[in-house]
Design a binder for this molecule. Structure first.
Ligand code: A3P
Length: 296
């Protein structure tokens, strides 16, 4: 794996994404109204994209519509990655066809975001997940599915690299901690969400998200069940069973189905040996100690 990924500005990326990252850093112009979704890969990006798309567009696209965009598109095609979109098109899009607020996403660490994203009033939603589940999800994504063409590594070898910080957009801890600190310093700019909390208390977390984005639910909406409709529409069960996500490909070429595996909390327990558990526990403890973040 290590020979298939490249260290740029202190984080690791697939070489094929480097050009897009640099282009976006140099040229992307943020608008104050932009909503940018940020994740470390496998944190639940696809889910977050679906939720925010449904939430922000709930008036424009009512859920009764048979052709609601989320029923016929993979969420990645509705909320593109800044850096990947740039790379694929070979040029910098201005996202001018996007209605305001523009919904965009990125895996970039805070310090490597385009300067205009760091300095304008746009909002960043960060979704974090237990690194143990991220690791297992990443293992399936990069290794079994050979998505990133990173060669084959055993699970032990991959864990060894992960613990050394060598994973897509890693070191994982740096990625999380930078956004975590920003969310404390500037809670109007960065909202920090946890995958596990969204699974456990979806209504509460969705309402938090709506409030942060300035589109809180009205009392009438709550009464009429809109919150639940959004959660149902974006559930793993619903999205993963749609024709588009079972049999079609993204505009970037990946099969949509690779973004839906199990969608559960704690699947790592089915894969980790005691030795692996201790190894990752040790580094998690060391890196997150005193931060206020807990991963159990
Ligand atoms: P697992 O591999 O643990 O199943 P990303 O979208 O960042 O690439 O992350 C993918 C992970 O999110 C996968 O985790 C995938 O199954 C899970 N996922 C995808 N859609 C989801 C949804 N609607 N709800 C919850 N989890 C979802």
């Amino acid at each position: 794996l290590a020979s298939h990924i490249y260290n740029y500005q202190g984080f690791w990326i697939a070489p094929r994404h480097l050009q897009g990252v640099i282009a976006c850093q140099q040229q992307f112009q943020a608008q104050d109204s932009d909503i940018i979704l940020v994740t470390s890969p496998k944190s639940g990006t696809t889910w977050l994209k679906a939720l925010v798309f449904a939430l922000v567009n709930r008036i424009r696209f009512p859920f009764s519509e048979q052709n609601h965009p989320l029923l016929v598109n993979n969420p990645h095609d509705l909320v593109p990655f800044l850096e990947l979109k740039l790379y694929i098109d070979g040029q910098v899009p201005n996202f001018s066809s996007f209605t305001s607020p523009r919904l965009l996403s990125t895996h970039l660490p805070y310090g490597s975001l385009p300067k205009s994203v760091q300095h304008s009033k746009n909002k960043l939603v960060y979704l974090c997940r237990n690194p143990r589940d991220i690791f297992i999800s990443l293992f399936h994504f990069t290794n079994n599915l050979r998505i990133e063409n990173m060669g084959t590594n055993s699970i032990e070898e991959m864990l060894d690299l992960f613990c050394k910080g060598v994973s897509l957009y890693g070191p994982f801890w740096n990625h999380v901690l930078d956004y975590w600190k920003k969310s404390i310093e500037n809670p109007k700019k960065v909202l920090f969400l946890m995958y596990e909390e969204m699974k456990e208390q979806p209504e509460i977390q969705l309402k938090r998200l709506a409030e942060f984005l300035g589109c809180s639910f009205s009392i009438e909406e709550e009464k009429s069940g809109v919150v639940d409709e959004i959660l149902k529409m974006c559930s793993f069960e619903n999205l993963s069973n749609l024709e588009v996500n079972k049999n079609e490909k993204l505009s970037t070429g990946e099969e949509n189905k690779v973004f839906f595996r199990r969608g559960k909390v704690g699947d790592w327990k089915n894969y980790f040996t005691l030795e692996m558990t201790e190894k990752l526990n040790h580094i998690i403890e060391q890196k997150f100690q005193g931060s206020g973040l807990l991963f159990e």
